[in-house]
Design a protein around this ligand. Structure first.
Ligand code: SF4
Length: 259
């Protein structure tokens, strides 16, 4: 046997469970002391693995694995009760188990915060789907749009409307279809047009502009005056930077929970 390999060790009684088992940090049939383990061995192992010796919860110690598992057991889909966790941890005073419940509380608060953000920034937009364009393959061949986002006075026929930086203040690039045009009027009466709602995630900047007045939208449009539209030209080049179509007719979507 190479001299660097630790010889086989006997089972030693686990002080928490009372059961005899193998221990990882064990030498000459003795458990390695906590001070040596935490102050010397774990820092050496961290250096070898190329990871920091501490994280946001403090130094990495021999206790950390149990703490991580305890937190996961409490945050699981079918979490352990505090009493069960206390037993699993082998803790006599319930205060230790309650420490992990506090972590759970923090996790829940973060989830609620996220849900609140979701409720504030998510809207829905009405979309027309042209079934004929899909079924005839015209959409796949790029000959005809198949999706029309309702902007109020007209439609945006760009498939990736959600990615358009001008979506709240549309400068009417070539993807724009006015409702008053013959194409727009046909869409309203033609067979094979389905309606659906699509979710739109707003940035904070967009939400502020949407909840503000026309001036807030003007300011947003001004900031984007030199940003190209998906069709290519910028609002300035189109000459429509201050004659944009304001997207105001958006629905609010109740959150189903944090995502
Ligand atoms: S700029 Fe073009 S792609 Fe963007 S919302 Fe307006 S029509 Fe659609």
């Amino acid at each position: 046997m190479p001299k660097d390999v630790r010889p086989a060790q006997p089972d030693i009684t686990d002080r928490k469970t009372g059961q005899r088992c193998q221990h990882l940090f064990c030498y000459r049939a003795q458990l390695i002391g906590a001070a040596y383990l935490n102050d010397k061995l774990i820092p050496i192992l961290c250096a070898k693995a190329g990871i920091p010796e501490s994280d946001s919860r403090g130094a990495l110690t021999s206790h950390r694995a149990r703490a991580t598992i305890a937190t996961q057991l409490l945050n699981a889909k079918d979490p352990l009760s505090l009493a069960d966790l206390q037993q699993w941890l082998g803790h006599k005073p319930p205060s230790s188990a309650r420490y992990y419940a506090k972590i759970l509380q923090r996790t829940l608060s973060a989830a609620y915060k996220k849900a609140d953000y979701f409720a504030r920034n998510v809207r829905t937009i009405q979309v027309l789907i042209d079934r004929k364009s899909i079924l005839t393959g015209a959409a796949a061949r790029g000959e005809q749009p198949w999706k029309y986002y309702d902007l109020g006075e007209g439609y945006c026929s760009y498939d990736y409307f959600a990615k358009c930086p001008h979506r709240l203040a549309c400068p009417r690039c070539p993807f724009y279809v006015p409702k008053q045009s013959s194409r727009g009027q046909l869409l309203a009466v033609r067979d094979g047009i389905d309606q659906m709602l699509e979710q739109l995630d707003l940035t904070d900047d967009e939400r502020d502009a949407l909840e503000g007045d026309r001036e807030a939208l003007m300011a947003l449009a001004e900031r984007l005056a030199d940003t190209p539209t998906p069709a290519g030209p910028t609002p300035k080049q189109l000459g429509t930077e201050s004659a944009f179509i304001a997207l105001t007719d958006l629905g609010r979507k109740p959150p189903h929970g944090p995502r």
